[in-house]
Design a protein around this ligand. Structure first.
Ligand SMILES: [Zn+2]
Length: 561
C-alpha cells in the first residue's frame, strides 16, 4: 500500500494550458506504472483502458475509422470490384471496426457520374476475318446515348476559366472517313493536303495545297456537280466534326506500325531472293550438312531437277538436230532409227522431269534459310508476328525491333546464315552483307523518327529540329536506295505533316494521337477480366463501360496511380 499526492484540479483539462495537460499526463503515467507493476505492464494496462473505453470513437473522432462513400466509389472503380466483391470487402473491413459508405450512396454517386448516358443492346453483327471466315452473331453493343452531353459534362468539370481547344485523333482510315474523304486509298488520300498518290512517290517542287475545312467544303461542292471523287480531291461528304484539320493529330502509332511492316516485308522479300540464290549455289556443290527446312530441301531438289530437265531438253534438241542433219546429208539413205529412239527416250525423260517439278511448289517467302534466320532473330527478341493480321507486329514489338542493338541482331542473322551455308561463295556472302547493311541503315534511320514522334512529352525547338533532320535523312535514304518501292500515305504523313504539327502544338503524337484511344481497349479488357462472374455478356459489357467511365472521370482519375 502506497500513498500518492494527487493535486486537485482548479482548471478542467478541456480548457487548461498544454503544459498543465503534460503535467497531468505524467502523473497518470506514474500512477499507472505503480498500479500495474512496472513500465511494460503499464503499456498493457493502457491498451486495455483504450479498448474498454465505450466512447472511443467519441475520443478519437469518426474520420480514421470510416471510409466515406466517394472513396468507396473510387476504390471500387480503380480495382474493378463487382458489387458482390465490394460487399465482401465492406464486411471484412467492418469486422476490423472500419465502417464504409453505404452501397446505395455509392450507387447514387456512380449514377451522378454516368447520368444514365449508357445503353446496351444485343445486335446481329458480322464477326471474324477473311482468314477465319465471317458469321453473323448476336453481339453486345454498348453506346453512349448522348455524346454531346458527355463532352459538355467533361468540359464543365475541366473548365476553370481556361481556353479550350478540341483536338481529334484516330487511326488513319477512321480520320479520312470522318472528314468526308472516300477513304485511305483514293487518288487524293491525304487528309492534310491535296497531293496525289503518284506525287507522293515523286513529289513535285511546288508545295501541295493544304486542306482546311474551307477547301473540304469547296471540294464537296465540286463533287456535287461533277460526281467523280478523284476530280473533287476525293471529298464526297461533309466532315463529321468542325475541328480544324491542323488540330487532327497525325496517327503516330499507325505510322510506326505501317512503315515498319512495309520495311520488314521488303526485307523478307530481299532475303527470299537471296534464299533462291543460296539454293542455286548449293545445287552446284551438293552438301550433306544442310540444315535447311523441308521446304528449302524441296526447293533444292526442284533446282536439281530443273537443271536435269534443261540438260534433257538440250540433248533432245541435239538429237533432233542430228537427225535432221543426217537426213539432209544423206537424203537417199534412211536416217538411223537409233537417233529417233534416243530422242523418244529423252522426250519421255523430259515429261517425267516436268511432272516431278510440277509437284514441288514454289518456295514461299518465309521458308528459305535467311528468312528462317530472321524469324529466329525475332524469337530471340521475343517478338512474334500476328498470324491473322497480315503477319503484322504490335506496337511494343515494333518498338523493340527498332532499338539499334536489336536492329543489328536482326540484320546480322542474314549474312550469318549465308556464311554458314555457302562459306566459299564470296559473291553471295558479299550480296548478303550488302542487303543486311542496307536494311540496317534503313531501320535505324526510321527508328530515330519512330522514337522522335512517339515520346510522351512536349518537344522544344531543338528536339523538333533534330526530328525534322531525322525524317529528311530517312526519306532521302529510302528514295535513293529503294527506287522501285512505293511511298505509302503513312510515309507521306511522316514526311510532310508531322513537323508542321509539332511546330503548331509541340505535343508528341504519343500524347495526342490514337494511342490514348487504343489504350481504352486495353483498359476495358483489364476491367472485364476483373469482372468475371457475369453470365450475361451484355450486362458484363455495360458494367465494363460504366467502370471505365467512372475511372476516367476527372474527379476520379489519377487518385490511385
Ligand atoms: Zn499530305
Amino acid at each position: 500500500m502506497r500513498a500518492f499526492k494527487i493535486p486537485s484540479s482548479i482548471v478542467p483539462s478541456t480548457t487548461c494550458s498544454s503544459s498543465t495537460l503534460r503535467k497531468r499526463t505524467s502523473i497518470i503515467h506514474h500512477v499507472r506504472q505503480e498500479v500495474s507493476g512496472g513500465r511494460e505492464a503499464a503499456d498493457t494496462q493502457q491498451q486495455h483502458e483504450v479498448s474498454q473505453s465505450a466512447s472511443i470513437t467519441g475520443i478519437l473522432g469518426p474520420q480514421p475509422l470510416h471510409i466515406p462513400s466517394r472513396d468507396i466509389m473510387e476504390l471500387k472503380s480503380f480495382f474493378s470490384l463487382s458489387w458482390r466483391k465490394l460487399r465482401r470487402l465492406k464486411s471484412w473491413l467492418k469486422e476490423r471496426r472500419i465502417s464504409t459508405g453505404n452501397e446505395r450512396e455509392v450507387r447514387r454517386l456512380q449514377d451522378d457520374v454516368v447520368k444514365n448516358n449508357i445503353t446496351g443492346e444485343l445486335l446481329p453483327l458480322q464477326q471474324g476475318s477473311s482468314e477465319t471466315g465471317m458469321e453473323i452473331k448476336e453481339t453486345p453493343v454498348v453506346t453512349v446515348s448522348s455524346l454531346s452531353a458527355l463532352v459538355k459534362d467533361l468540359l464543365e468539370e475541366y473548365d476553370r476559366g481556361k481556353t479550350m481547344k478540341v483536338f481529334a485523333f484516330g487511326d488513319y482510315e477512321y480520320l479520312t472517313r470522318m472528314y468526308g474523304l472516300t477513304g485511305p486509298n483514293g487518288r487524293h488520300c491525304c487528309l492534310y493536303c491535296e497531293m496525289t498518290k503518284k506525287e507522293m512517290a515523286d513529289p513535285p517542287m511546288a508545295v501541295p495545297r493544304q486542306r482546311s475545312l474551307q477547301t473540304l467544303k469547296e471540294s464537296l461542292n465540286h463533287f456535287k456537280t461533277c460526281g467523280i471523287p478523284k476530280e473533287s480531291n476525293n471529298v464526297i461528304r461533309s466532315p463529321f466534326f468542325d475541328i480544324p484539320i491542323n488540330r487532327v493529330c497525325p496517327p503516330g502509332l499507325h505510322i510506326s506500325l505501317g512503315v515498319f511492316l512495309k520495311h520488314f516485308n521488303s526485307l523478307c522479300q530481299a532475303c527470299h531472293t537471296l534464299d533462291l540464290e543460296i539454293g542455286q549455289s548449293l545445287a552446284k556443290s551438293p552438301t550433306d550438312q544442310l540444315e535447311a527446312k523441308e521446304a528449302f530441301k524441296q526447293q533444292l531438289k526442284k533446282l536439281s531437277l530443273q537443271s536435269r530437265l534443261k540438260l534433257a531438253e538440250e540433248e533432245l534438241h541435239d538429237l533432233m538436230d542430228q537427225h535432221m542433219m543426217v537426213g539432209l546429208l544423206y537424203p537417199e539413205a534412211e536416217p538411223p532409227t537409233l537417233i529417233l529412239e534416243m530422242a523418244e527416250e529423252k522426250k519421255r525423260e523430259k515429261v517425267t522431269l516436268e511432272k516431278e517439278i510440277g509437284k514441288i511448289p514454289e518456295m514461299t517467302v518465309h521458308s528459305g534459310p535467311t528468312n528462317v534466320g530472321l524469324e529466329e532473330a525475332l524469337q530471340q527478341l521475343r517478338v512474334s508476328r500476328q498470324a491473322y493480321h497480315g503477319r503484322s507486329f504490335v506496337g511494343n514489338h515494333v518498338h523493340k525491333c527498332l532499338q539499334p542493338e536489336n536492329t543489328d541482331l536482326i540484320t546480322a542473322a542474314i549474312s550469318k546464315k549465308v556464311q554458314s551455308l555457302c562459306p566459299n561463295d564470296r559473291d553471295l556472302i558479299q550480296k548478303a552483307e550488302d542487303i543486311a547493311s542496307k536494311y540496317n541503315t534503313l531501320l535505324k534511320l526510321f527508328g530515330a523518327c519512330h522514337r522522335g514522334i512517339n515520346t510522351g512529352t512536349f518537344l522544344d525547338d531543338s528536339v523538333i529540329d533534330k526530328l525534322d533532320k531525322d525524317i529528311k535523312e530517312y526519306m532521302l535514304f529510302y528514295r535513293q536506295n529503294f527506287p522501285t518501292e512505293s511511298v505509302t500515305p503513312k510515309q507521306h504523313l511522316l514526311q510532310y505533316h508531322v513537323i508542321p504539327w509539332f511546330r503548331d502544338w509541340r505535343a508528341s503524337l504519343g500524347m495526342m494521337g490514337e494511342q490514348g484511344g487504343e489504350s481504352v481497349h486495353c483498359q476495358l479488357n483489364n476491367i472485364s477480366r476483373d469482372l468475371r462472374g457475369y453470365n450475361d455478356d451484355l450486362k458484363l459489357n455495360i458494367q465494363c463501360v460504366k467502370n471505365q467511365w467512372i475511372l476516367s472521370s476527372p474527379s476520379n482519375y489519377n487518385k490511385f496511380s
